[in-house]
Design a protein around this ligand. Sequence first.
Ligand code: SF4
Length: 327
Amino acid sequence: MSKKGRVFSGARPTGRQHLGNYLGAIRNYVALQDEYDCIYCVVDLHALTTLSDTDKLREWTYEMVLDWLAAGIDPERGTIVFVQSHVPQVVELHLLFSMVTPLGWLTRLPTFKEKVRQQPDNVNYGLVGYPVLMAADITLYKASVVPVGVDQAPHLEFTREIVRRFNHYFGEVLIEPQAKHTEFPKVLGIDGQQKMSKSLNNHIEIAASPEEIQERVMQMVTDPARRYRSDPGHPEVCNVFTLHGFFSPEQVAQIEVDCRSAAIGCVECKRLFARNLADYFAPFRERRAQLASRPNIVWDVLAEGARRASVIASETIAEVKAAVGLP
Ligand code: SF4
């Protein structure tokens, strides 16, 4: 079957992935392979803008890519998986883009202002140029489609503006990528309050053992108004219930009824969820263990990915330089 185009998506190296990463990105990455040629990039250079834990980049890249491969991202199907810094042409394109990007565009971006608030002691040049590097990532690989959630659409629009500006100055050289609107559910952590995140330690890893899953799930905050087993519950405010929707699709309707009538208690409900979650990821854990027994597999996949990505990148850079007029 011929594919509809080329997808590019990047993710910062964050180590072992959690349910939020899985529901928000990984399962989409896997599904997109059916219809598109996919390029998935570990954006390690982007991770440097915060300059924290840089000594973990190697380990976190390995663990994240191991999760990706075990979840079904498959280079055998033509998917390119690679590390951003392994293809240095991206830095060249970033520099060329920086010449056509007005500084005011960058400093006005809400994401930049937010970063300045978050790390006032380290407002580095990389932070300002972050969206320019992102534009270089996407266009260097001639991606026609980028999966985005509703709240990320402005980021892609920024890339499109840079491409339009570049093409306006130098001719129709670069592809203006289109957004593929994708549902990225906001997954709350076990605290039931904040978005699931490793840094907040409110996460559940997809590679966790059934025992670890059970331990984390039993800590999950449920309906705060349900103080006694006999109190009727409000599943609409309970994060366990929301997650049942993803991992217990056949039981969720009954859980809702039983929760509202207090026919089921939270402990029992969580045990059921932990069991379903452990079962759901059982084939994943098995594949992950098989892959991990071949210690070079991740680095081999990334080396081959970088080799294939370089072919596209070199072509783009040659076209861009010729268009700009560099001798
Ligand atoms: S019974 Fe389940 S859905 Fe209802 S409040 Fe407790 S954990 Fe949440």
